[in-house]
Design a protein. Structure first.
Lengths: 403, 387
């Protein structure tokens, strides 16, 4: 049965997974290519198309030809243990499948694999004449760091102005930030509603909402705001009615402390929900900690940008910083969302997460939270198949007495 | 491999490089000296020298297992150099250090601190600084601020004062050591170098393992000895350069030289990378001079997105200076940034007609059997089977 949530999910997915190779082809205006997150409000206000090559690679792993694309990425020789989203992006790049951008902006956020993609983009000979700008995302989250990174984002605006010969319309940037603040507030409201027991609707909508607002060609537009308003309204109604997810008898609520990746949602997580009543309340793209962009002055805006980028944007928060922040988030999520267990997918390409395993295990043991470490590849289901992941999680829930 | 050169200093350096704790450290500690460990070549030793501390670069020499560290770091997905180094920490081989500064160069390395702080091997002074990931005035200023903070923490913890004059003296001393090391490296430009690659590794690793003044004196004497050596004619060899992250032990170079190659120079984290240029000596702000050196002059870590053109230039210059026939690009499995860097470099070298062999390996030497076969094939290809 198609309900409002299914419709919303389809709309977001259409926009999100429409991004495969070279989304900028369909865009108008100068094209900025990044190796990861850029502060999206800036290119939107500037009237630039922004394309994140990591995301393009990640979306490639969701295609029916994913295995072939990953193998082609391996054949490029970029590093055998590299994250497969980056391998696919490398393949696209080396095969000449990405159009030449007008400028390239790279940073180290949020992991070493993405830095490597930045190295490849900056060293790609056919693009030797493309103007390039690099940024240093510090592994710290304090006012000084926000100012430091905000300063770099301001310099990025100057760079874009120099390359294009155009000027930033500061009023337009404020408008975009107002829209952005509105969207983030709606996502926070949805997050609050999601805490209800039973969970009122597909929790994965939070991930899709986040991705829809930041990663698609619709980003920071009234279209997305309207989508989020519908989501919040419909979820509020569900909570009032005390209803859970259609067709799910919720028994276990768990945290998936990594990206959902390209295949887990539709396979393992959907099956766990349906067959075992095990609901994935949160993953680390969905966890919203946003604060509004302070629009009082140009300086406060850019400092807010720095904060949002370093501390609040998905995966930057989890990957750039200390194990303590990572662990505090786990405890906070478990408490607020009444999670019964923590799943650590431990994606093979995430050096940061793979460096924190004992700390997380010890933390969970200390707090009596059942914890399972998988060691899977979130982009390549051949590494640990959906069936194996399902079986391991099922066994874990059984052994932990949760089902 | 040894050159056959008889030198007490070589013997001393080999002994220092072949173990973790050593007689120099023991002597220093017996005199009441403090030792500060560190990881990554961008952590400026000058700051420790100015503090009167003996810097000791963390390494994993002799490690056969990372068993205890593998509880902390997932073995299949984390660089073995980091795991083996941390294992040495956990097993108590670094008990002699009084503090440590982790250079957060890569995702795995920076987590040594998080894990160390939560382990039983925790020590009172643990700190981390980060190498900026791009180069510019803003980043050099940021790095300077980190150094200022580190300086204050060292002063507070160890109850000492690091004056600008002491810093300038330390900069001069470390520049002199770099110059001596460069002079010894330069001896390998000739057809038949008087020292082997293994001896060169021992020479630089020893420098991370003993007091700097004594090291300078030993290097000065060694250089004199080496200049006086008459080396017999040798058979023709393939002249190779090793590029990649740190390798503190000689096994790879021994394989190369056993197979008929001669490693004439390198650009690696324990070796050639650290010999680049000099720090400004008379700067009114010596911390800024150190920051500028690391961030603007010498950003040779591929974690820095502006590093590649400088790495490329350094490699190309060394190819000419040292008449290099081929490059061995070696990195550890899971070392992503060097993986990307070597990938780009290999394409550029190909265009320049310089052959490059790419090796991904584990830290321990028992993983090097396959490497031996590939190195042999590479050397034979370059030499046209004439060796």
């Amino acid at each position: 049965m198609i309900n409002i949530f299914s419709q919303l999910m389809m709309e977001a997915n259409k926009s999100l997974y429409g991004l495969t190779i070279d989304p900028q082809n369909a865009s108008k205006g100068p094209v900025v290519l990044g190796n990861g997150d850029f502060f999206i409000e800036i290119p939107v206000a500037f009237g630039c198309a922004f394309s994140d090559l990591t995301l393009t690679g990640a979306n490639g792993t969701a295609l029916p030809t994913a295995a072939e694309l990953i193998d082609k990425g391996i054949e490029t020789g970029v590093g055998s243990r590299m994250c497969n989203a980056i391998k696919v992006a490398s393949y696209y790049l080396e095969a000449g499948l990405i159009s030449k951008p007008d400028m390239i902006i790279t940073s180290n956020s949020c992991c070493d694999s993405m830095t490597t993609l930045g190295i490849l983009m900056n060293g790609y000979k056919p693009w030797a004449d493309v103007p390039k700008f690099t940024m240093d995302a510090p592994h710290s989250f304090d006012e000084e760091s926000y100012l430091y990174f905000g300063h770099q984002l301001r310099n990025a605006v100057t760079f874009m102005e120099t390359v294009t010969g155009r000027k930033m319309d500061w009023d337009r940037l404020r408008e975009v930030c107002v829209e952005s603040n509105k969207q983030r507030q709606l996502l926070l409201e949805f997050q609050e509603l999601k805490k209800a027991v039973p969970c009122p609707t597909e929790p994965d909508l939070a991930r899709q909402g986040t991705e829809y607002t930041t990663w698609t060609s619709d980003r920071v537009t009234p279209t997305v705001t309207a989508w989020l308003e519908q989501l919040v309204t419909a979820t509020e109604q569900r909570v009032k009615e005390g209803k859970g997810i259609d067709g799910v008898n919720e028994k276990v609520r768990f945290l998936w402390q990594d990206l959902a990746g390209s295949w887990a949602s539709g396979t393992v997580l959907a099956r766990l929900q349906k067959e075992l009543g095990a609901v994935c309340l949160m993953d680390y793209v969905s966890y919203a900690t946003w604060t509004p962009i302070d629009l009082s002055s140009e300086e406060t805006m850019f400092t807010s940008f720095g904060k949002r980028f370093l501390l609040e944007d998905a995966m930057n928060r989890q990957a750039l910083h200390t194990a303590d922040l990572f662990c505090n988030d786990i405890l906070q999520i478990v408490k607020e969302f009444k999670c019964d267990a923590v799943i650590m997918p431990a994606h093979i390409g995430h050096r940061d997460t793979n460096s924190r395993m004992k700390i997380v295990r010890d933390l969970c043991r200390e707090h009596g939270i059942p914890c399972l470490v998988l060691g899977m590849d979130i982009w390549d289901k051949r590494y640990m198949t959906p069936e194996v992941v399902f079986d391991r999680m099922k066994t874990f829930f059984e052994v932990s007495g949760l089902i | 491999m040894r050159s056959g050169l008889k030198s007490d200093i070589f013997e001393k350096f080999s002994a220092l490089a072949g173990s973790i704790s050593n007689s120099e450290v023991e002597g220093w500690k017996q005199q009441g000296g403090k030792v500060i460990g560190y990881t990554c070549s961008f952590v400026p030793e000058e700051l420790f020298v100015a503090a009167g501390l003996m810097p000791f670069r963390i390494r994993a020499t002799g490690s056969l297992s990372a068993g205890r560290a593998d509880d902390y770091f997932e073995a299949a997905n984390i660089c073995s150099l980091v795991r083996h180094c941390f294992n040495k920490i956990l097993t108590g081989e670094y008990e002699f250090i009084d503090g440590c500064v982790i250079g957060g160069g890569c995702d795995a390395n920076r987590h040594i601190l998080d894990n160390w702080e939560k382990s039983e091997a925790r020590i009172p002074f643990l700190h981390r600084i980060f190498f900026p990931h791009s180069s510019g005035i803003l980043m050099a200023q940021n790095f300077r601020n980190q150094l200022e903070n580190l300086k204050q923490l060292l002063e507070e913890h160890f109850g000492l004062k690091i004056t600008d004059d002491k810093l300038r003296d330390a900069i001069v001393l470390c520049n002199e050591i770099r110059d001596l090391q460069k002079a010894i490296y330069a001896l390998r430009k000739v057809d038949n170098p008087p020292i082997t690659a293994s001896e060169t590794i021992a020479l630089v690793v020893a420098g991370y393992s003993m007091p700097k003044e004594a090291y300078k004196a030993d290097l000065t004497q060694l250089l004199e000895e080496l200049r006086g050596v008459t080396v017999p004619e040798n058979k023709k060899t393939v002249r190779l350069m090793v590029v990649g992250p740190g390798h503190d032990e000689p096994t790879l170079c021994d394989i190369i030289e056993t197979m008929g190659g001669t490693v004439v120079t390198d650009l690696t984290c324990y070796g050639g990378k650290t010999l680049f240029g000099s720090v400004r000596e008379a700067d009114p702000d010596p911390l800024q001079a150190l920051a500028d050196y690391q961030v603007i002059d010498r950003p040779l870590c591929p974690k820095n997105l502006d590093a590649h053109p400088i790495i490329n230039r350094e490699v190309m210059d060394k190819i000419k200076e040292y008449r290099v026939d081929g490059i061995i690009g070696q990195s550890y499995l899971c070392c992503e940034t060097w993986g990307g860097e070597l990938f780009v470099l290999q394409k550029e070298l190909k265009e320049a007609g310089i052959p490059m062999l790419r090796i991904e390996r584990e830290y321990t030497s028992d993983s090097l059997g396959q490497v031996q076969t590939r190195v042999q094939a590479f050397i034979e290809t370059i030499s046209g089977g004439l060796l």
